[in-house]
Design a binder for this molecule. Structure first.
Ligand SMILES: CC(C)(COP(=O)(O)OP(=O)(O)OC[C@H]1O[C@@H](n2cnc3c(N)ncnc32)[C@H](O)[C@@H]1OP(=O)(O)O)[C@@H](O)C(=O)NCCC(=O)NCCS
Length: 396
């Protein structure tokens, strides 16, 4: 019998076309709708990149103003969503809060939908749903962090753009421009990355003609895992364990001896470095200077150079973003929810793309369980016997 060609983890399998983004590991580049992500991060507000991902083109001034007006209209944390978050145990992971909140928003929005045949929605409806989620997520994430700190939610400010308002709602103070800029860049870098696990999850759910919210809830579940989005949080745990740059060598000796995965390093697609890291590292450098924290840079650089020289495995985006979010003041547990707030743009762009040329995603598997066996004493009825006879005949 020939061995089936199983692609464990779907590694190397091309499952569909996408026009949303292009990851090119050979040239270490990442394009969103054709634009290098570095150029977008250097020149655009996150709202414009969200528009680009959804529509395929950067917005005109008028289009950007319209998107910003809608985003501002949905920035408030609805009372029932706040109440739902409050039902989540305070010591649950904040990704559980975000997942619950999005689930409720979806149920509320789709209430009255007569049948499952009507939930997948038109492109126009899905675009409106995408913008609403994009607008509401900062309030959800900010409230989560404030709730854990025993603080009341902060109302959004109409005079601030997305990134500045996100920081305002989290910290109840106006962030300096350098901080807003670094945060905006991180959102852009996290927005989209082709068929990663969470995006593929969203596409699988969408391919059944389920609704956009269900697809996003499933994607949030996939992103929570430490091999995916959870890695940015895990990087900070590692930094806390190591303490200072001097401890890196002995810490790494032990971690490698225990065959631990060093979070924030390695990538399924990029094997010679993640295209997003230089831009995020530059943003981290500005924060290190702004907050006068050379110790963070020393720990970062030492762990990177030691690990790369020993294993030849390079940092991914989570490596610089974790310490950057820490310097800005986000709690470690809030890092992956921040990733959700950014990636919801890419997920929803993919959901709409999937729907536009849908095929149910349903791969095959090779069975390697026990051979056929039977319940003792069971007497097959006529229909069962006929099936068994057909199977026997087919088997020759
Ligand atoms: C992202 C990741 C899952 C990619 O995995 P992958 O493409 O399946 O690569 P593999 O796990 O097969 O790795 C190949 C080898 O490198 C090792 N390796 C990969 N990343 C490593 C890491 N971060 N620390 C230690 N070893 C690592 C693997 O153990 C494996 O070694 P082996 O061949 O001796 O078994 C993996 O690099 C990882 O777990 N990284 C840490 C989590 C992380 O930062 N995730 C965020 C991704 S953006």
């Amino acid at each position: 019998m020939t061995e089936p060609d199983i692609k464990k983890g779907l590694a190397g399998v091309v499952v569909d076309y996408t026009a949303v983004s292009k990851v090119n590991p050979e040239t270490n580049s990442l394009l969103y709708r054709g634009y290098p992500v570095q150029e977008l991060a250097a020149t655009q507000p996150f709202e414009a990149v969200a528009y680009l991902l959804w529509h395929g083109e950067l917005p005109t001034d008028v289009q950007l103003a319209q998107l910003r007006a809608t985003e501002r209209a949905y920035r408030h944390l609805p009372a029932d969503v706040r109440a739902a978050i409050d039902l989540v145990p305070i010591d649950a992971h904040p990704m559980d809060e975000v997942r619950t909140a999005v689930s409720l928003i979806g149920a509320r929005d789709l209430a009255g939908t007569g049948s499952v045949l009507d939930v997948s929605g038109s492109e126009e409806e899905n675009l409106a749903r995408s913008v609403r989620l994009f607008a509401m997520l900062p309030a959800i994430v900010a409230y989560g962090q404030r709730r854990r700190r025993g603080l009341q939610p902060v109302a959004p400010r109409d005079d601030l753009d997305y990134a500045a308002n996100f920081l305002w709602m989290t910290f109840d103070e106006t962030a300096d421009d350098v901080v807003v800029d670094a945060f905006n860049r991180s959102m852009i870098l996290y927005a989209e990355h082709s068929f990663n696990a969470s995006t593929f999850t969203a596409r699988v759910v969408t391919s059944t003609l389920s609704d956009l919210y269900s697809a996003v809830v499933a994607a949030i579940g996939a992103l929570k895992g430490p091999l995916h989005g959870g890695a940015n949080e895990a990087v900070l745990h590692i930094f806390d364990e190591i303490g200072t740059a001097e401890n890196v060598g002995p810490w790494l000796d032990q971690a490698l001896a225990e065959k631990r995965k060093i979070m924030g390093f390695g990538h399924r697609v990029y094997k010679r470095g993640d295209s997003r890291v230089p831009t995020m590292k530059a943003a981290l450098d500005t924060l290190v200077e702004h907050y006068d924290r050379p110790d963070v840079a020393a720990l970062y650089d030492t762990l990177e150079s030691e690990f790369v020289s020993r294993k030849g495995i390079y940092p991914n985006l989570d490596y610089p973003s974790g310490p950057a979010y820490n310097l800005i003041g986000f709690d470690t547990l809030t890092f992956t929810p921040l990733f959700v707030a950014a990636r919801v743009t890419g997920w929803t762009a993919h959901i709409m793309e999937q729907l536009a040329s849908n095929a149910l995603i349903r791969p095959l598997s090779e069975y390697n369980g026990p051979d056929e066996r039977h319940i003792e004493g069971y007497v097959p009825d006529a229909a069962h016997q006929a099936t068994a006879d057909r199977e026997e005949e087919a088997a020759g």
